[in-house]
Each structure stands twice: as structure tokens, then as C-alpha cells.
Design a protein around this ligand. Structure first.
Ligand SMILES: NC(=O)c1ccc[n+]([C@@H]2O[C@H](COP(=O)([O-])OP(=O)(O)OC[C@H]3O[C@@H](n4cnc5c(N)ncnc54)[C@H](O)[C@@H]3O)[C@@H](O)[C@H]2O)c1
Ligand SMILES: N[C@H](CO)Cc1c[nH]c[nH+]1
Ligand SMILES: [Zn+2]
Length: 440
């Protein structure tokens, strides 16, 4: 990209025609967060301490990392009455917005509910699949640098829709500050237990259980590097949804969207944290320069300008490509968490997008609408993992059991096949078990 009058913004400017573009893009996308050896060592220590000492370790780590001064788990436990009080005490506008978002998220996730199924073969044998919810799910709601009531809804509502019997939520309260919207969202979403715990110690409590925190079957929800590393470590002992990295947005613009709108869309994810990633791709060079000018003008007006500035400098980019086809190739190479198709005919692009967590179509669909209230989940695969994984959903809170019910006739037919294959594997007890049921 050629220099522009607003070179004051520290953000990478790349063009697909530069010789080292592939390497520059790979460097930009690299995210090795969870493999940091020092973080790993700390997390292992925290997990072991919580496993061995239970509540006492939770109290100690919460005091140390969240700057609290508590002496027992009772002070880290919120009652249902406290959650209701938070909901009822909200200003009307906030209560209505939260309720409206919750309703839309619930309606969307109701569409995801899978049904059990079966079919009957000619000889009367029935085969099928039974879907059952988890008994107990643990949801991690981040709370270190910002409070996320929307994440309470996005995690708890699909669990509720799935039919999970008990939902246990953990959320850190740095410096002891409770966020009323977070508590109100827990009440609205039907969370059963809330503990004010964060980081690796909260994940450990959910995975192993303590005297006070019930052990869960699966831990879901986004969080920082300590949370992600702990989730990876406890996987196997419990289920997890995914290892989520920092937020990302990839905007594709055909040049027809107001540059101020696009600058703000990029900021909306960059403001999450210094490692968040905001990238704009266009084949219209003048338009890219106009967005750059908007970035320079609007950035100082942001509440979280220091975080945004740092995030754009570390991991942001304005990429000039040759044409629409190159833009499509970049989408599938990046496999972004959020993709904004700010183009004239977004439907025409859809069949070519193979990898993206969520796709925001057209000039009016700001990604921020999806973060709060459009309906689809905002817990999405990051760091290119949209190549093989999907948004958090009802299916994450359910599992499937296969159903096999043989008729006498069916057992006779299947028994012959099974017996032959079992003897081929030299597993004769298998063979004889099947042969007992052969029809004489
Ligand atoms: N993908 C999503 O849907 C989504 C939604 C919201 C937020 N996020 C992301 O989640 C992340 C939230 O991170 P956060 O930090 O604000 O909150 P967090 O709740 O994930 O982490 C805070 C906890 O980290 C632990 N911690 C902090 N420093 C530590 C240290 N030195 N040693 C050990 N433990 C330590 C503390 O226990 C603290 O309670 C951000 O990256 C944000 O972008 C993602
Ligand atoms: N963009 C985040 C997911 O990457 C979700 C969120 C919550 N609040 C605002 N945004
Ligand atoms: Zn967001």
C-alpha cells in the first residue's frame, strides 16, 4: 500500500502483491498464547493446589490474583436471592435490554435442538441415536479486564435449552467489585450456582470439585491465557468446548461502506484486549486510505483508546488485495472468528466462505450486534480454528448414545457376520456370544 496522509496510526499496511506477503500474514496471524512455558508452570501449580487443598486454595488464589481479602468460600458464593436482587434492581432500560437479548438468544438456540432418532429394519431390528443433556455444566464468564453479562447469556442459555440439570457459573471479581448486570444475567438465564472465582483456580474448581464447588462434566466459556491453559490441562478429566484465544474481526469491504463505520467495527474487537486482532481487506486502495484516516481521527475519541492503539499496532492490518477472488482466498486462509462482508451482494459470497466462526452479512450488520443480541452465540472459534470447529451451541451441552435393539431374526443374521469377523480377530468369546443367539 502506498503511504497516506495519516501515517500516524500504527497499523500494518500490507499488499498481496508484495514479495513477502505470505510470511507477513503468517507473522500477523501467529498466536502462541497457550504454549508459554511460564504460564503453563503456574497453571500446573494452581491446578495441583486446588486438587489437593480444595476451598482453602481457592480462597488463597482469589486473594492473591483478584486482590480480595476473604477468609472462606462463603464470601465467594452468591445466593439466588442476591442474583434476583441484582435483576430487580437494574434500571428499567438495562433490564429490558438484557431480557430482550436473552429472549432472542433463547429463540435462536431453540432451533439448534437436535432430536433423538431411530429406524426399523425389515426383520424388526431397531437402530437409532438418543440425545441426552449433560448432568452438570460449568460456565466460565471472564471478568479480569471487563465484565461480560452478554457472555453469561451466551453460555448459560444454550445449556438451559439443552436441558442441563445444573449450571454452575464462575466469574472473577477483581478488587471485590460485583457487576450487577452479570448477576442479573445469571438470574435471567437460570444459572443454579454462582461462585466469584476466576482464572486457572476457577477452572480447577469446576473440573475437580471442592468442598463447596460441585464438580462438573464439562467446562465452557472464553477467558484469558490462564483460563485457556487450564482448560487444555483438565480436558479428559472433564469435557471442554474449545480453547478460545483473543477476539478477532476480519472485515471485507468493496469500498461502498462509510469508512467511519468500518473503523468503529475494527475498534469494536480491538478494544477487548491488546492481543485482539482487527483486519480490513479491500481491493479499493483509496477506500483503505479513507478508513485509515477515520481510524486516526476516531481512535483518540475512544474510552479504551490505549488498548485499541496497542491492539492495532501489535496485531491489526489494512490489506490491499487485487480483487474479490483474492479477498475470498484471504478469508479462507485466515478462518476468522468474525467475518464482516461489507459488500453489495453478500449472499453471492456465502457459498465461497468455507471457514469463519460467524458471518455478518452486508453493510448494516455490525459485528457488535452479534456480540450482544442478534441471537447466534458469540463464543466462537478463534486463531484459525474455525477450520475445524463451530460456535458454542446446544450441541455442546448434549451427548449422543447409540441404540441397538435386535429382533430374534436380526440377531441371527448379524450373529453370523459378527462371529466370522470375531474369529478373524481371534476373539472367540465375542464369536461365541454372537453364536448363542443364532436361530437354529
Ligand atoms: N470469545 C468470546 O466469546 C469472548 C467473550 C468475552 C471475552 N473474551 C476474551 O476473554 C478474555 C478475558 O480475559 P480477562 O483477563 O479480562 O478475564 P479472565 O476472567 O479470563 O481472567 C481473569 C483472571 O485471570 C487470573 N490471572 C490474572 N493474572 C494472573 C497471573 N499473573 N497469574 C495467575 N492468574 C492470573 C486471575 O485469577 C483473574 O481472576 C479476553 O481475551 C477477551 O477478549 C472472549
Ligand atoms: N466479541 C466477543 C467475542 O469474541 C464477545 C463480546 C462480549 N461483549 C462484547 N463482545
Ligand atoms: Zn466483542
Amino acid at each position: 500500500m502506498s503511504p497516506s496522509p495519516t501515517d500516524g496510526v500504527d497499523i500494518a499496511r500490507l499488499t498481496t502483491s508484495q514479495a513477502d506477503f505470505d510470511r507477513c500474514l503468517a507473522d500477523l496471524l501467529a498466536w502462541e498464547g497457550v504454549s508459554d512455558a511460564e504460564v503453563q508452570r503456574r497453571v500446573d501449580e494452581i491446578l495441583a493446589a486446588v486438587k489437593a487443598q480444595g476451598d482453602a486454595a481457592l480462597v488463597e488464589y482469589s486473594n492473591r490474583f483478584d486482590r480480595l481479602a476473604v477468609t472462606s468460600m462463603a464470601e465467594l458464593t452468591l445466593s439466588e436471592g442476591r442474583l434476583r436482587q441484582a435483576f430487580e434492581g437494574l434500571p428499567t432500560e438495562q433490564r429490558e435490554a438484557l431480557s430482550s437479548a436473552a429472549e432472542r438468544i433463547r429463540a435462536y438456540h431453540e432451533h439448534q435442538k437436535p432430536a433423538s432418532w431411530h429406524y426399523t429394519e425389515a426383520d424388526g431390528t431397531v437402530l437409532g441415536q438418543q440425545v441426552t443433556p449433560l448432568d452438570r455444566a460449568g460456565i466460565y464468564v471472564p471478568g479480569g479486564k471487563a465484565a461480560y453479562p452478554s457472555s453469561v447469556l451466551m453460555n448459560a442459555i444454550p445449556a438451559h435449552v439443552a436441558g442441563v440439570r445444573e449450571i454452575v457459573m464462575v466469574v472473577p471479581t477483581p478488587d471485590g467489585i460485583l457487576n450487577e448486570l452479570v448477576l442479573a444475567a445469571a438470574y435471567l438465564a437460570g444459572v443454579d450456582h454462582v461462585f466469584t472465582l476466576g482464572g486457572a483456580q476457577a477452572v480447577a474448581a469446576l473440573a475437580f470439585g471442592t468442598e463447596t464447588v460441585p464438580r462438573v462434566d464439562k467446562v465452557v466459556g472464553p477467558g484469558n491465557i490462564y483460563v485457556a491453559t487450564a482448560k487444555r490441562a483438565v480436558f479428559g478429566q472433564v469435557g471442554i468446548d474449545m480453547i478460545a484465544g483473543p477476539s478477532e474481526i476480519l472485515v471485507i469491504s468493496d469500498g461502498g461502506t462509510d469508512p467511519d463505520w468500518l473503523a468503529m467495527d475494527l475498534f469494536s474487537q480491538a478494544e477487548h484486549d491488546e492481543d485482539a486482532q482487527a483486519v480490513l481487506v479491500s481491493w479499493d486502495l483509496e477506500h483503505l486510505q479513507a478508513v485509515e484516516a477515520s481510524i486516526a481521527r476516531l481512535l483518540p475519541t475512544l474510552e479504551r483508546a490505549p488498548i485499541v492503539r496497542e491492539s492495532l499496532a501489535r496485531r491489526g492490518a489494512l490489506i490491499h488485495c487485487r480483487d474479490r477472488d483474492e479477498a475470498v482466498a484471504l478469508i479462507n486462509r485466515i478462518a476468522p472468528e468474525h467475518l464482516e462482508l461489507s459488500v453489495a451482494n453478500p449472499e453471492g459470497w456465502l457459498s465461497e466462505v468455507r471457514h469463519a466462526g460467524a458471518i455478518f452479512m452486508g453493510r448494516y450488520t455490525a459485528e457488535a450486534l452479534g456480540d450482544y443480541c442478534a441471537g447466534p452465540n458469540h463464543v466462537l472459534p478463534t486463531s484459525g480454528t474455525a477450520r475445524f470447529s463451530s460456535p458454542l451451541g446446544v450441541y455442546d451441552f448434549q451427548k449422543r448414545s447409540s441404540i441397538i435393539h435386535c429382533s430374534a431374526e436380526g440377531a441371527g443374521e448379524l450373529g453370523k457376520v459378527a462371529s466370522t469377523l470375531a474369529r478373524g480377530e481371534s476373539l472367540t468369546a465375542h464369536a461365541r456370544s454372537a453364536e448363542y443367539r443364532l436361530t437354529p
